[in-house]
Design a protein around this ligand. Structure first.
Ligand SMILES: *[C@@H]1O[C@H](CO)[C@@H](O)[C@H](O)[C@H]1NC(C)=O
Ligand SMILES: *[C@@H]1O[C@H](CO)[C@@H](O)[C@H](O)[C@H]1NC(C)=O
Ligand SMILES: *[C@@H]1O[C@H](CO)[C@@H](O)[C@H](O)[C@H]1NC(C)=O
Ligand SMILES: *[C@@H]1O[C@H](CO)[C@@H](O)[C@H](O)[C@H]1NC(C)=O
Length: 549
């Protein structure tokens, strides 16, 4: 597979077309993005079914970048200037913006250890049983995923309130009071996007302006990151091409929508993602960011660089592929590798995956941006680790096989649904009891003040979807969810069910999830509650929806 321009290797080396971007700076050493690397990159994209990927390397004075494959099918190639969603690589910018705000002295009482409740008093309210956490959880806790709250991603909504107004960061923050914690504060690492939205609300409240403006003025413009955006509208209006997001249909190899088994993921709005994941950017711009971080340059002060690099939560992860368990700094995973400290963060959106790495002691870093969910991260890690290991001179036999690990995890995820009921209900009876009521009686709208409406219906024709069944089934929808997820109920016994959830716009089960569910019948014999325990990185706590219709 060759790129159409005939300028296949590193697009950046093409004279003319991209010369004005000065992407090849320095020039004292060999460009690692050579023909052999291009072959490896295209092979990796094929292996993981990723249409296209952009990559940039920062190495001392040098920046190299290239694009491989397609940004938009058919045939719009990826270049180093292609825009991709950066997902959670946004979090590092949010943390850096706080570091600048603390540095500025505009809010003398603001520090990493300032309690959130003192910053957004009436908006940072937790359930009554978490009184200690409400008074003591700090900015630092929120930015290092150690508050004790799980993700609750499925509660995030685009609309709130009886008037159904468009979600604000304040609405998202105020949903906390209805949500369960699953650990004591500062005990376990639990990744929580919602806390970065709370942080966005704090920052926007203190500065009185949109976080996108704060980031542009404080970080992106000083670094010359002019191809970096914080809303879908701005990214679509940009001079750079915004890559389409795709999903690969694993259920069959037949050509689905765009040939080759790829389906398009419609562009997602980013207003609710904010400081947790709203950045859209290019590898060229991320290279500037990595250079700033790796070399501790302006516009961040030395104190800011030190603060965002300081690990705040450990251990994080089991260290596969690393030389030991990791920690979480402010928006960064920190891991030991061959005597170096590696900072890394992944980003994922429905249809996109980003990987950012930097090694401050070497002034070295790599970024990949690509256009599928999850598999882009596997491909990105495979490519980034080849470059990092080459840079460090690690022998082939001492290298972790990131590609094999990625392939295995795809297989593990896709096969995990078969055993999901056993995992959710290990104690269940071998002779299941029938449900108390005909299916139709369970249909209705169930409401939780944070997760909001879950509408349950009987789906007679269930030949669609990946979990096929010839019997009628209960199906659920969550209107206005930020993550548009379908709920498919599988009966277990009596009033107990398993829920299989998949992304409705990329339904290949790669980002699917499961939950335990129980319908509770009221004294009138009607189901008046739906009790759901979502299982993401472990339990998300018990969510009780009350029937409203
Ligand atoms: C990009 O798209 C073109 C046209 O559909 C196709 O021929 C080519 O193989 C694609 N490249 C990759 C790397 O998938
Ligand atoms: C980015 O935009 C600013 C303001 O318009 C301009 O001064 C600067 O030269 C631009 N930087 C790059 C790298 O394009
Ligand atoms: C789809 O193709 C892959 C190879 O690309 C193969 O491993 C897999 O078994 C195929 N799946 C089906 C359902 O045919
Ligand atoms: C939830 O469902 C109820 C009953 O159908 C409806 O009255 C209400 O407007 C819905 N709320 C939202 C936010 O959609």
């Amino acid at each position: 597979m060759r790129l159409p321009s005939g300028c296949a290797a590193a697009l950046l080396l093409c004279p003319g077309s991209l010369a004005s971007q000065k992407v090849l700076t320095g020039g004292h050493s060999q460009n690692p993005l050579d023909d052999a690397f291009e072959r490896f990159a295209l092979e990796t994209l094929g292996k993981f079914h990723v249409p296209g990927l952009a990559i940039a390397i920062v190495d001392g004075e040098n920046t190299w970048a290239a694009g491989y494959g397609n940004a938009t099918l058919p045939g719009t190639p990826v270049t180093p200037s292609t825009l991709f969603y950066g997902g959670s690589t946004t979090k590092a910018f949010t943390a850096a913006a706080f570091a600048q705000l603390i540095d500025s002295g505009a809010h003398p009482d603001l520090s990493w250890r300032t309690p959130l409740a003192s910053l957004i008093r009436e908006d940072f309210e937790l359930a009554p049983e978490y009184a200690w956490a409400q008074e003591h959880l700090t900015l630092e806790d929120a930015l290092s995923h150690r508050t004790g709250f799980p993700r609750h991603d499925k509660s995030l909504s685009t609309r709130y309130g009886p008037d159904g107004h468009k979600a604000t960061m304040r609405d998202l923050a105020r949903s906390l009071r209805f949500l369960p914690m699953v650990h004591e504060p500062r005990v376990e690492f639990r990744y929580c996007n919602l806390m970065f939205m709370v942080a966005s609300h704090v920052l926007q409240t203190l500065t009185g302006r949109w976080l996108g403006t704060t980031l542009r003025e404080g970080i992106w413009r000083p670094l010359g990151m002019n191809g970096t955006y914080f809303s879908l509208e701005d990214a679509q209006a940009a001079p750079e091409h915004l890559a389409m997001g795709y999903w690969w249909d694993y259920s069959s190899n037949r050509s689905s929508k765009n040939g080759g088994g790829y389906g398009e993921v419609p562009f997602a709005g980013l207003d609710e993602a904010s400081g947790a994941g709203a950045v859209v950017s290019t590898v060229l711009d991320y290279a500037k960011w990595i250079r700033c971080l790796a070399n501790e340059e302006e516009p961040l002060s030395k104190a800011a660089h030190a603060a965002i690099k300081t690990p705040r939560m450990t251990p994080v992860g089991i260290g596969k592929g690393w030389d030991g368990p990791g920690s979480y700094a402010l928006g960064w995973m920190v891991n030991p590798y061959k005597g170096h400290t590696v900072y890394n963060h992944a980003g994922g959106m429905e249809g996109y995956g980003a990987e950012v790495f930097f090694l401050p002691d070497l002034g070295y870093g790599v970024v990949t941006l690509a256009n599928t969910a999850m598999t882009s991260n596997m491909a990105g890690k495979t490519l980034a680790w080849k470059l990092i290991n080459d840079k460090l001179g690690v022998a082939e036999e001492d290298r972790y096989d990131w590609a094999a690990a990625g392939k295995k995890s795809i297989q593990d995820i896709l096969s995990s649904y078969d055993s999901a009921v056993d995992r959710l209900y290990p104690e269940r009876t071998e002779q299941p009891l029938p449900p108390a009521l005909p299916l139709q009686k369970y249909a209705g709208t169930y409401y939780h003040p944070a997760y909001q409406n879950l509408t349950v219906q009987v789906d007679e024709a269930t030949s669609s979807g990946s979990r096929q069944s010839s019997e009628p089934q209960l199906k659920g929808t969550r209107p206005n969810a930020v993550w548009d997820v379908s709920y498919e109920f599988e009966h277990v016994s009596g009033e107990f069910w398993a829920i299989f959830m998949d992304m409705t716009k990329s339904p290949n089960w790669l980002s699917g999830q499961v939950a335990k569910a129980e319908f509770r019948l009221g004294p009138d014999g009607w189901p008046d509650k739906l009790v759901v325990e979502y299982m993401e990185d472990g339990t998300e706590g018990v969510i009780t929806y009350k029937r409203v219709e």
